[in-house]
Design a protein around this ligand. Sequence first.
Ligand code: FCB
Length: 467
Amino acid sequence: MSETPILTMPPGFLWGVATAAHQNEGGNENNQWSAWERRPGHIHAGQTCGQATDWWNLETAAADFDRAAALGLNSLRLSVEWSRIEPEPGLFDHAVLRHYAEMIRLLRERGLEPMVTLHHFTDPLWFGAQGAWEGDLAEDFFAGFVAQVVEALGDQVTLWCTINEPTVYAYSGFLEGTFPPGVTNLRRALSVLRRMILAHGRAYRTIHRLQSHARVGLAHHWRVMLPRDPGRRADRRAAATLNRLANTAVIEATLTGQLKPPLGVGQRVTRLMDTCDFIGLNYYSPARVGFDPSAPGSLFMHQGFDPSAELSDPTPTGEAYGEIDPTGLYLALRQLSDFGKPIYITENGVPDHDDDVRPRFVATHLAEAWRAARDGADLRGYYHWTLVDNFEWAAGWSLRFGLYDLDPDSGLRTARPSAAVYARIARANGVPQDLLEEVVPGFVKGYQSEPRLADQPTRAILEETGP
Ligand code: FCB
């Protein structure tokens, strides 16, 4: 069958997979997550990260890089583990930095352009002892570490992600309490978030001082806020408010330097201005937001999933994670394109052990990404989360996000059908018509006439929630 890409991405588009040090390397014992895993009651079924996918072993990593290259990918996002590189404050392990340099050489050798994340949820234990992101020296510590990494890897890496999902780190660790340190305190959550954004700005300048041609951004978990009842003005306003608080405030801070609520009271921080070469978008699922007069504690807003909502792609997953909504990706990209910066989708994926949902998930989300690019988003790349099943934080090994299934006992990898689907897309530099027809019968037809997915509400939401 001929592959006819109807939804072609621009030349040079990066097709990748996203990973993270703690979730893949194994044996990271010197960070706050491993300490958290050792204490009972924190991780699903008492599981631990253990050897993860064994990537600290370069032979295993190289074999997985072979898999990524064989899928036709040309990029891979990974993170470096601060606690390995700087096991004690100010003490940098150059053997570890050389190990990472070798890991990156293995990627490049296979035609995989590295995107390196400098902080992906894990902090060295010593950093925690200094107050972590609440400590006065947090920005200095992080910048010192970043400088060492750029010195060591800068000859091979130009695409940098400073911090992964500051809002999720702050929310899960300091408000919801499901991530370490397990705190539930809004004031502390906001102070951590603000500090991380400031540290991003400092890291941006550190990287550019050492590498003028670097491209630097942060990976933001952009939660698409949909009104629970699109016909109800109060719900639309609640969704728009939450969008400003959880999404646009973060991106705007890195562009204008202004700390709008909840990051601050509108003060401008010069050193944060223009610290965004690209926007990293992590998109999984939307939230349904309703106005709730009985909930002053949550600013009169209720946020959650609506199982009865009419979904743009109503395919339930066996693994509870959230709504599957490819149109949400379109919305996120359109909202982000207003900022006028290049965008990389730095994460997108679904937990699906049986892979009964992922093939169409990949195809429909990329079709929607294409539609957003057609409509003006400057989209440069897509990183699927993830290549091989890995350690999913508080959910342990219960959520399987891999294009490859992993048997953690034997280390055996088995390609899921979605790996071949993604490979066809990456090789065609777009979503082939035949493929869409196969995985989502009827989908293409909709694309040939008017975009099939809920365009009326989309326009209304864009108007209401635009930055
Ligand atoms: C994101 C995280 C990533 C992974 C995916 C499923 O929020 O950045 O590490 O856990 O979710």
